[in-house]
Design a protein around this ligand. Structure first.
Ligand SMILES: Cc1cc2nc3c(=O)[nH]c(=O)nc-3n(C[C@H](O)[C@H](O)[C@H](O)COP(=O)(O)OP(=O)(O)OC[C@H]3O[C@@H](n4cnc5c(N)ncnc54)[C@H](O)[C@@H]3O)c2cc1C
Length: 440
């Protein structure tokens, strides 16, 4: 079969490779000039950096592992121990936190309260599955943990009340989905949670090394890439296949696999969907991400890979120390992440005001540390993160139901699922799974 894949991010690449291995012919359409999607590296100050930490857990799904082994030699992938912290109330705790970390952090009195409310919630458990984040955390972990750990950071990230955020988001964060005490304990015990996260892989020289290896493997098997090719329209053709228009040229395919957001896909349909549905698609909520890269005049300023900032006093939501990935040395490159809306003062402001904000946040975090900012780079990613709100969930169900009528149009990848902690591993796995659903 002849198949078009829209998007050459991790998911599109894995899908294209899987399809070629099954004997299909594949064309890949990518809007940008390079592969890798949101996971591609960016050259900066003589090294490659990622947009965000981009941890690839070393303990991964067997199919994804086999794919990686086909694409890269073992010695090209660096194994490192991930070290992440949360800064909360001005103190640091491990991320993801285990029960002992939290108990130590809260001390005797507050830990007692946390345990009391946890047991209280457990005894009063409801049979109906909670729908929103607030009731989900309160049901599974109790109201103390909700108020003292989840509430503030969730509202800082999404600028919405926790009652408007869907329970799927909470589930993807804490992985609890069943109220039996044994299941709860198994998930909560820190050793179980940390093992998965602690070791990660990083292609020496940047994540893009992996995506370039995938591109070469696809081309070697006859796959064709079209770069700078934002797909203009798609529709069903008379022969039961699909028509796709890009570069002003129309091609016919047996199937199309899309890894782009469903709302965007809707807008590409040649037979325009109902206006009310387009209106719903336009109402989807998302957050812009502002990345502020800073080259500092010294090294070792931050000893962890990432710092999640729950603190109210800093606007930044996460700091990544880019210098801790790979084996480069030299001055620190810190990446400060800000999540915001279109109307946010910082988003509308000029670069100078963004750098001032970053400096101010760093001064709060690094009291009594002298440092100079030598270079800066700003990257803006509009509408990068879909908000896991109940509103979006409802809209996406309607959009999905409409798109399901196109039998030869498959949807996969980050943009087409509800899980918040959806990373490269999931994207690669979904790409391979999707390829497996298309039979010769
Ligand atoms: C700030 C941030 C930090 C992250 N940190 C991590 C992490 O630590 N670990 C981790 O595993 N994951 C992380 N991720 C998630 C990771 O980036 C994604 O899960 C992964 O890139 C998803 O791959 P994908 O192929 O599904 O989608 P994308 O990477 O989004 O790829 C989609 C592709 O489609 C293309 N496209 C869009 N519209 C069109 C069109 N009309 N025509 C043609 N092409 C089009 C895009 O250009 C893009 O290349 C992070 C993401 C962000 C935003």
């Amino acid at each position: 079969m002849l198949i078009a894949v829209i998007g050459a991010g991790p998911c599109g690449l894995a899908c294209a490779y899987g399809l070629l291995k099954r004997g299909h012919q594949v064309d890949i359409y990518e809007r940008e000039q390079a592969v890798g999607g949101l996971s591609k590296s960016m050259p900066l100050w003589g090294r490659n950096v990622e947009l965000g930490p981009h941890f690839l857990p070393a303990r991964m799904d067997a199919q994804v592992k086999a794919l990686l082994e086909e694409l890269m030699n073992e010695d090209e992938l660096l194994l490192y121990r991930r070290s992440s912290r949360i800064r909360i109330e001005g103190r640091l705790i491990d991320y993801p936190p285990g029960v002992p970390d939290l108990l130590r952090f809260w001390g005797l009195r507050r830990s007692g309260a946390a345990i009391f409310f946890f047991l209280h919630a457990f005894i009063r458990k409801k049979s109906a599955e909670p729908n929103d984040l607030e009731s989900y955390i309160k049901t599974y972990l109790g109201s103390f943990i909700y108020r003292h750990f989840f509430k503030e950071y969730t509202e800082k990230l999404w600028r919405l009340s926790c009652a408007s955020i869907s329970s799927e988001y909470a589930r993807s964060l804490i992985g609890l989905g069943d109220l039996r005490i044994l299941s709860l304990l198994k998930k909560i015990l820190p050793s179980v949670r940390k093992a998965k996260h602690s070791y990660c892989l990083y292609p020496e020289g940047g994540m893009s090394r992996l995506w370039s290896a995938a591109q070469s493997a696809i081309e070697n098997r006859g796959g064709r890439f079209y770069f700078g090719a934002a797909v203009g329209s798609i529709g069903e053709d008379e022969g039961g296949g699909m028509a796709l228009k890009a570069y002003g040229r129309e091609e016919r395919y047996d199937n199309i696999v899309s890894t782009i957001p469903e709302a965007k896909l809707l807008a590409l349909l040649r037979d325009a969907p109902p206006c009310a549905l387009m209106e719903r698609a336009r109402s989807l909520q998302s957050r812009n991400v502002l990345f502020i890269f800073l080259r500092i005049d010294r090294s070792g300023l931050m000893e962890h890979h990432t710092l999640y900032l729950h603190d109210r006093g800093v606007e930044c939501v996460r700091i990544t120390n880019c210098s801790r990935f790979g084996s480069e040395c030299g001055n620190d490159v810190l990446l400060l992440e800000y999540w915001m809306d279109d109307r946010d003062e910082l988003w509308l402001g000029d670069e100078e005001c963004m750098i001032r904000r970053a400096r101010k946040d760093l001064d709060v975090l690094l009291t009594n540390v002298e440092f100079l900012i030598m270079d800066t780079k700003i990257v803006r990613l509009p509408k990068a993160i879909p908000v896991p709100s109940l509103h979006n969930k409802r809209c996406r169900v309607e959009i999905g139901a409409y798109l399901n009528r196109y039998k030869n149009l498959l949807r996969t990848g980050r943009a087409n699922q509800d899980q918040f902690n959806y990373g490269m591993e999931e994207a690669l796995k979904d790409g391979l799974l999707c390829a497996g659903t298309l039979k010769e």
